[in-house]
Write a protein that binds this ligand. Sequence first.
Ligand SMILES: Nc1ncnc2c1ncn2[C@@H]1O[C@H](COP(=O)(O)OP(=O)(O)OP(=O)(O)O)[C@@H](O)[C@H]1O
Length: 361
Amino acid sequence: MNWDDTTDDAAAAAERLVGASADGEDQAVEAALRPKDLGEFIGQEKVREQLDLVLRAARARGATADHVLLSGAPGLGKTTLSMIIAAEMGAPIRITSGPAIQHAGDLAAILSSLQEGEVLFLDEIHRMSRPAEEMLYMAMEDFRVDVIVGKGPGATAIPLELPPFTLVGATTRAGLLPPPLRDRFGFTAHMEFYEPAELERVVHRSAQLLDVEIDPAGAAEIAGRSRGTPRIANRLLRRVRDYAQVKADGRVDREIAAAALKVYEVDGRGLDRLDRAVLEALLKLFGGGPVGLSTLAVAVGEERETVEEVAEPFLVREGLLARTPRGRVATPAAWAHLNLTPPQQAGGRTGGKGQQDLFGA
Ligand SMILES: Nc1ncnc2c1ncn2[C@@H]1O[C@H](COP(=O)(O)OP(=O)(O)OP(=O)(O)O)[C@@H](O)[C@H]1O
C-alpha cells in the first residue's frame, strides 16, 4: 500500500501486515488456527492456570462458571479463550460486541434467548451504551432484567428471569470499564504480549495446521518480527508461505523467512514502513527530538492520529521512542536500530554510519 495515500486511521491500521486487528483474510483462516482447549493454548501461563481452576471448580460443582473479564491488546487470544471456556464447560457460545448493542432492548433480546449455562462473549465491552450497561449489571448479578414497557409516567418495568449464563467480556483496557461493571466479574485476567519463544510455538503449530514445512530458525525469524502478537505471527507465516511457494520449493527456513519479510518491508524487529518513516523523520530531520506530534506527522505525510495511534504505541513499547511533555524523543535504541549516530557523537551530523540491512535478509 501507499502510505502517502492513507487518510483513514482505521483503514491504515487494518491494512498493515503488522496491524494487530483482524482483517478479512484473518477472519477466514483464524477459525482453523484457533486452539480448541486450554492444553492447546500457548503461553499466558498464569491466566491459563487460574482459568483452569475456575472452570474445574465450576464443573465439579455442576455450576455455571463465574463471569470472566479478559483484557489485553488485539490479537492476543481473547476470542480464542472465550471459545475455550465454552468448550471446557461443554456449553454453547454466543458472540457479540459492545458496539452492536446500542439499546438496552438489543441486550434484553440476546439475554432472554440464552440457554442455561451458555457463554456470552461480549467483545469491546467498554463500547456498550450506558442503558445497556446498566441492564447488564442486574443480569450479571441476579440473572434478571427489567424490561420497560411503555413510555413516560405510564411506563412499567416487567421483570424477566434469565437462565444462569457466563459472561466473558473482552476489552483492550480494563481501566476503561466503570468500576460497578468491573466488580461484577468473578475472574479478571490480563493478557500480556507473548515472548518470542511462545510465538515460535504458535508459528510451528499454525505451520503444521496449514501444512507448511518450516524449520526452527524459520519459525524464530517470523516470531521475532511478530510484535508479541499471535495474530501477526499467523499472518506473517501466511505471507512467508506464499513467498516460499513462489520463489523456492515451499519449505521455510531462516533465509526464506527473512527474504519474504524484506519484500513486505517488515524489518528484523517487526517495524514496518510507517514505523520506520516516523523514526527516520525523528532522527534525520529533528536530530532525535524533542519534536511536536503535529510536526512529526507533517514530516511523514500522515495524519496526526495515524502517527499517534498506529505507529507510536509499538515504538514506545519497544523503547525506541518516548513521549515527553516537550515532544517526541528518540531513544539511543532508535539510533542503533536505524544504524545512525546521534548528533553529539557525530560532531553535529546525523547518519554517520552507512545503512545496514535492517531486514536481516
Ligand atoms: N495462545 C495462543 N496460542 C495459539 N494461537 C493463538 C493464541 N492466542 C491467539 N492465537 C491465534 O491468534 C489469532 C487471534 O486470536 P483472537 O482472535 O482470539 O484474538 P483477540 O484477542 O480476540 O483479538 P481481538 O481483540 O482483535 O478480537 C487466532 O487465529 C488464534 O488462533
